[in-house]
Design a binder for this molecule. Structure first.
Ligand SMILES: [Mn+2]
Length: 341
């Protein structure tokens, strides 16, 4: 029907409010391998819509990592990979679908096929670059640090009084993870204003940080040590990278989410502007790649050009179908081509 780029919260929120008036069954879908922003925005909206008197379900394309299970531990939250029949039922019952923290159906894996041709209106709310057109109404704000910040503003516009401590806790979780605890460039005075409002809702910020960050298993700490030990640098270009092989992951009993944040450590080295991690995925038989960079360097362009990826300017992902050795070779050559121009 209509899409809106860079529209005002007020305009979007009013349109959404109007749509919600005629709707009682809502569905929320975040991206696959959900992080705290995807889950935070989904769970905040879940509670908010429930308080508005709606019946709400959340479908995760795959289940949340263990350290974020405290966010999703509710009977109305299911994962598609474990409940495909229930998912289909929920899909056919829903009158509106929210797509949160992603802007391309590729980001929800095989669940994308289930909603590709669905007639139910889809509302997309997201902050990644280059949104694809699969939604009925969308709010795309690549200049905002987290989807949680966007969804907070929408909820605040619709009914500020409904925002309680639980909602505030989810929102804070997404904000801190997607802003790197308020240090990434997209952190603004507005982000801090929102945080102040969340504090006034009674959040326990210390506890939230502990829940999200102080949750390493002993083996995960060892796996981090391996990732740091494997770190290599590409001379004079301020680029470092590391590799975790299948064998290393197995040795330290790798669980989904264990390598989260490892790539950021490379940026702590003086003079380093780009940090990359290659992780051999034995399930999908590909090498998953994460890219991080400092302010001016756009790794999403690099990821897109050489490794079929994309994402944000300073935080992107990609993959390779080749072997580790070939991938590493290609990477070094690409870095030399891309960063010496
Ligand atoms: Mn996000």
């Amino acid at each position: 029907m209509f899409g809106i780029f860079a529209c005002m919260y007020l305009e979007f929120s009013q349109k959404l409010n109007k749509i919600l008036e005629g709707v009682s069954n809502c569905l929320i879908i975040p991206h696959k391998n959900p992080d705290a922003d995807a889950l935070g925005s989904s769970m905040a909206l879940f509670v908010f819509l429930t308080k508005l008197g709606k019946k709400v379900k959340v479908i995760l394309p795959n289940s949340a990592p263990e350290y974020l299970e405290w966010m999703t531990n509710k009977p109305d939250v299911i994962s598609y990979d474990e409940n495909s029949e229930k998912t289909k039922r929920y899909l056919s019952n829903s009158q509106i679908i929210f797509a949160l923290d992603f802007n391309s159906l590729k980001r929800i894996g095989s669940l994308g096929k289930e909603i590709e041709n669905i007639k139910t209106p889809i509302i997309m709310i997201d902050h990644h670059e280059s949104p694809e057109k699969f939604s009925t109404l969308f709010l795309s704000k690549p200049n905002i640090g987290s989807t949680c910040e966007i969804i907070y503003n929408i909820m605040k516009t619709i009914n500020n009084k409904l925002i309680d401590k639980e909602i505030a806790t989810y929102i804070y979780s997404g904000i801190i993870t997607d802003t790197g605890s308020f240090r990434y460039p997209l952190t603004t005075a507005k982000t801090h204003n929102i945080t102040s409002e969340l504090f006034n809702k009674g959040i326990n910020h210390t506890k939230i940080h502990e829940n999200i960050y102080d949750n390493f298993s002993f083996e995960r700490a060892h796996l981090l040590a391996v990732a740091l030990k494997n770190l290599k640098k590409i001379d004079n270009l301020g680029v470092v990278y590391t590799i975790l092989t299948k064998q290393e992951l197995e040795k330290y009993n790798f669980k989904k989410g264990d390598t989260e944040g490892f790539v950021n450590f490379g940026l702590r080295i003086k003079g380093v502007n780009v940090s990359v991690i290659f992780i051999e995925d034995s399930n999908e038989d590909i090498i998953k790649i994460s890219f991080r960079s400092k302010e001016k360097i756009d790794v999403s362009k690099f990821a897109k050009k050489y490794f079929s990826g994309g994402g944000h300017k300073n935080a992107s992902g990609g993959f390779s179908n080749n072997s580790i050795i070939e991938t590493e070779k290609k990477f070094i050559a690409s870095v030399k081509e891309f960063f010496t121009r």
